[in-house]
Design a protein around this ligand. Sequence first.
Ligand code: TXA
Ligand code: MG
Length: 342
Amino acid sequence: MVLPAKDVGLQEAARLLREGRLVAFPTETVYGLGGLASHPESVHAIFAAKGRPATDPLILHLPEPDLFKAETEGWVAGPIPEPARLLAEAFWPGPLTLILRRGPKTLKDMTAGLDTVAVRCPAHPVARKLLQLVGAPLAAPSANRFGRISPTDAEAVRQELEGKIPLVLDGGPCGIGLESTVVNLISSPPEILRPGAITREQITQAIGQTPAIRSDAKPKERAQTSPGQLASHYAPTTSLYLCDAPIRRAAPDTFHILFRKDCTERIDPGYTLESGKNLESAARELYRALRSADASGQKKILVEPVPDGSWAEAIRDRLTRASSGTASWDGAAWKIMLRSAA
Ligand code: TXA
Ligand code: MG
C-alpha cells in the first residue's frame, strides 16, 4: 500500500514499525526501507525483502542528530573520535553517514558481523517525523532490490518492492537523488568510502584535514575492507557504457544520456541531464534517467562524459559502478570495451 506522508500515513507507518514490520519512507537522499534496529526479525526481514546478502551491513538512522546520545544509549561505542563530532555538528541532520565503533545495543546481524556501524540522522522532514514517532533508531538501506538503482520516488519503490512490504510512505521525489556520503572515522585520517552530496572539500573544511578516498584503492582490496562498496552496484538491467566524448547523433538500439546546459537539447530515445551552474539537478535526476533507460527497452545505454562540478565525483562514482564498460568514438561508430572483472 502507498499512503501520502501526512498524519494518517505517518501514524500507520509508526505503528507498523513498532510491531516489527517494514516501511519504505523518503529521505533527502533516496527512499529507505526501514525496520526497527533493535528487533532482530525486522533486521532479517530487510535483508530478505531486498534479497541482500547478509554480508552487506545496514545504516542505522537516528531520531536525533546527537552522537553522544547514541553513545549513551549504546548504539555506538566511545570514545567518539573528534572528527566524527565535528562532522555530525556540521552536517547532521543531513546526507552524511559516519562509520564508528559498534555499541552493544546495535545488533551484529545489522552490521554483517562487523564491530563497526554506519550511522546517520536524515534531514527529510518525513524521515525525522517518522523516527520521532517511533522513538527509536531504524535500520534502513535504500529501498531497492539488491544491486539495483536506489528509488528516488514512491513509484520507483513500488516497482522494486511491491508485495514484499506492507507500506510505502509517499513524500514526493527526493531532493538530492544520490545516496549519502559515507565516511569511515575508524581510520586516521578519516576516509570517504562513498562520495555524495557532502563533498571532500566540505569535509576537509569541517575537520581541518584532508580525508582519504577509498575509491583510489584497488577494487579487490575495497571489497574486502568495506563490504557493499563493490565495483558493480547501483546498476540498471540494460548494459551501460561510459563514452569518451560527447554524443552527437543517435546510435542504433541505444538510450542516450546527455549532460547539457540546455535540457531542450536531446537525442531520442534518451534523457538529458542539466549541467548548468552545478550538477545538482543532474544528480537529482540521474537514477530517474537510468530507470527510463531500462523502461525504454533499448539494448544499451550510452552516457556522455560527466562535466566538472561539485557533484561530479558522486555522479561519476555511481555511473562507473553502473557501467559494463566504456565506449570510444572511432569516427563512424561507438566501439565498446567491456570492463575487465578486476
Ligand atoms: O542515503 C543513504 O545513505 C540511504 C538512505 C536510505 O539513508 N541509505 C543507503 O543505504 O544508501 P545502503 O544500505 O543502500 O548503503 C549503505 C552503505 C553500503 O555501501 C554499506 O556497505 C555501507 O554503507 N556500510 C554500512 N555499514 C558499514 C560499515 N560498518 N563499514 C563500512 N561500510 C558500511
Ligand atoms: Mg543501497
